[in-house]
Design a protein around this ligand. Structure first.
Ligand code: GSH
Length: 236
């Protein structure tokens, strides 16, 4: 699929989500340790949680668990008892939980001010809208591909509703590459330190401590991930 079509699909998803995950809103206390999130990109329930991560401007260690993933799924079964996603662990409080709406409520309670917006709450219609929002990206970010494991997690700056960030997260997910996701949506205090500009240094930004490299923009990041970690080609 061409980059333009992929971006269009990601844009439609963000548009259908009505701005959820596009900016920081009412963050509260900051966790000392990053939260740990087991999830996969194409899972609509996981998106509900990732939108809250953006809203609350959190830093989360993501361990991607695509459908047939080999790397982290066993861990989830051992820690939580079953393979269901999203699954969150908060090392700061010892909390571990499934259920996207419960996770979102928990994040708002611990790290926000006030209740989550309607888009972050459970309900048949809200869930249907979440599912519909992903249709433009088809199966991208749902199945694993053989990959090399990075010794140290990668570091990604981006945010949920940014279409270019989504294209990067899809590849991170398919290759099961653990990464520290540092939210950097409009309104985030992190943006000032990134030296972003309009052309050469843009989000998403990836730092790879394993190779000492830094990449800006989805095309350069995806190329890096494919070159360094993929052992099987992208599905068409
Ligand atoms: N009610 C749950 C539903 C979660 C759910 O059904 N997740 C799917 C992925 S979208 C899942 O875990 N499927 C099992 C699997 O992927 O192995 C929630 O809101 O978190």
């Amino acid at each position: 699929m061409s980059g333009r079509r992929a971006l269009a699909g990601a844009r439609i998803a963000s548009w259908l989500r009505g701005g959820a995950g596009s900016r920081v809103a009412r963050p509260g206390a900051r966790p000392k340790e990053p939260l740990v999130l087991y999830e996969f990109e194409a899972c609509p329930f996981c998106r509900r949680v990732r939108e809250a991560v953006t809203r609350l401007d959190l830093e989360v260690l993501v361990r991607p668990c695509p459908k047939d993933g080999q790397r982290y799924r066993d861990e989830v079964r051992e820690l939580g008892g079953r393979e269901q996603f999203p699954f969150l662990i908060d090392p700061n409080t010892g909390a571990a939980m499934y259920e996207s709406a419960e996770i979102v409520a928990y994040l708002h309670r611990e790290y926000g001010q006030g209740a989550p917006p309607a888009s972050g709450q459970a309900g048949a219609l809200r869930t249907a809208l979440l599912v519909a929002s992903g249709l433009g990206r088809g199966a991208a970010g749902s199945r694993s591909r053989a990959s090399r494991s990075p010794g140290t997690p990668l570091l990604l700056y981006g945010y949920e509703a940014q279409p270019a960030s989504r294209l990067v997260r899809e590849v991170l997910c398919e290759l099961e590459l653990a990464h520290l996701l540092r939210s950097a949506a409009p309104g985030s205090a992190r943006r000032a330190g990134l030296g972003l500009d309009a052309h050469t240094r843009v989000l998403p930004l990836l730092f790879d401590p394993n190779t000492g490299s830094e990449r800006s923009g989805w095309r350069a990041i995806v190329r890096h991930l494919e070159d360094q970690y993929a052992l099987a080609p992208k599905r068409r």
